[in-house]
Design a protein around this ligand. Structure first.
Ligand code: NAD
Length: 343
């Protein structure tokens, strides 16, 4: 079984090679991202393995199909970079639905604590033997209200962590899980969540419904000084509106692991280049904005789980013609479809 592996990073190879032999899968690693110009590299492969910033649009899907590539194995949970409608009936799409919700939820909390306790500033000061505390005053999380948008795997772990800090939790989900409700968690409308939360953390997928769920209007309906955390997908937040909110002091701080225009920037060393993206440059220049480059998933446990599940998905599909982690455009991946019947 030959798989063309796109957007390879040094940390991917050991994790994937560990499982490849066991499952009889051979990877050919390419550093380049998958897009219409690079799809050709998959010639002769049974499938392709792609990540969050690979482009799997109609043109790429058509080219892969023409070359006889039957399988797209995503080594991530989100699939907003795949034209699922066009993929249906042309190429089977597999993903890793969960690999470590703890990795992402813990990173969200790490960003929040870093930001509100000014750890990023303190670290640089003490490195320079500057032991002054001026300007480092933070605030307690205990007793604050956190609004969590999306109460799936990651959202729930984040909620547990917030409860550990003694925070009040408000939640919004298109499909609420009523069993989560308690004295410490209440599902509310988005409007109420915006109006009451001191901190808002995004844990929903990027869809047509959620694109720019945090926009200028949403921010102006929030409490003054609201802290926004986005470890989900960049386009959930209108970055221009966020920047305007930071400048007007309506937004107290922003913690961003993802950015709408991250595809050509994140995961790469751009330190020797002129930053062309003025919005990102301005956001990064703000003392109350912390940006990490889509790092939330990056733990040893998550990498091992991603590699094992991806390799197992490929092996299941190519050996048995079916895989429980196949995505289906037609039925939305119901239990029935998990064997790929719809396709
Ligand atoms: P999940 O599917 O378990 O949970 C998503 C939740 O969002 C579900 O409860 C769903 O009902 C809800 N939802 C769907 N549409 C919604 C809407 N319109 N409004 C509000 N809620 C809605 O997914 P998960 O594993 O918790 O992952 C959440 C997101 O985190 C992923 O979609 C992905 O974009 C992101 N993610 C980021 C990283 C990273 O490294 N930064 C890593 C993994 C996942």
């Amino acid at each position: 079984m030959k798989i063309a592996f796109f957007d390879t990073k040094p940390y991917d190879v050991p994790a994937f090679e560990r499982y490849a032999k066991e499952y009889g899968v051979t990877f050919k690693y390419f550093e380049t991202k998958l897009n219409a110009d690079t799809a050709e590299l998959a010639k002769g492969a049974d499938g392709v393995c792609a990540f969050v910033n690979d482009t799997v649009d109609a043109a790429v899907i058509d080219r892969l199909e023409q070359m006889g590539v039957k399988l797209l194995a995503l080594r991530c949970a989100g699939f907003n970079n795949v034209d699922m409608k066009h993929a249906f009936g042309r190429i089977h799409v597999l993903r890793v639905p969960a690999y470590s919700p703890y990795a992402v939820a813990e990173h969200a909390m790490a960003l929040l604590l870093t930001s509100i306790r000014r750890i990023h500033k303190a670290y640089i000061r003490t490195k320079d033997f500057n032991f002054s505390l001026s300007g480092l005053t933070g605030f307690d999380l205990h007793g604050k209200t956190v609004g969590v948008i999306g109460t799936g795997r990651i959202g729930r772990v984040f909620i547990d962590i917030c409860r550990g800090f003694g925070m009040r939790v408000l939640a919004y989900d298109k499909f609420p899980s009523r069993e989560l409700e308690s004295d410490l968690l209440r599902y509310v409308s988005l409007e109420e969540l915006f109006a009451q939360s001191d901190i808002i953390s995004l844990h929903c997928p990027l869809t047509d419904d959620t694109r720019h769920i945090i926009d200028g209007r949403a921010l102006s309906s929030c409490k003054k000084g609201v802290v926004i955390i986005n470890t989900s997908r960049g386009a959930l937040v209108d970055a221009e509106a966020l920047l305007a909110g930071i400048k007007s002091r309506q937004v107290g701080a922003a913690c961003l692991d993802v950015y709408e225009e991250e595809a050509d920037l994140f995961f790469e060393d751009n330190s020797g280049h002129i930053m062309e993206d003025d919005t990102l440059a301005r956001l990064i220049s703000m003392p109350n904005v912390i940006v990490t480059s889509h790092q939330a998933f990056l733990t040893e446990e998550a990498l091992a789980n991603i590699a094992e599940t991806t390799v197992k998905n490929i092996s299941d599909f190519l050996n048995n013609g079916q895989c429980p982690n196949e995505l289906c455009y037609r039925c939305g991946n119901t239990e029935d479809c998990k064997v790929g019947k719809c396709f």
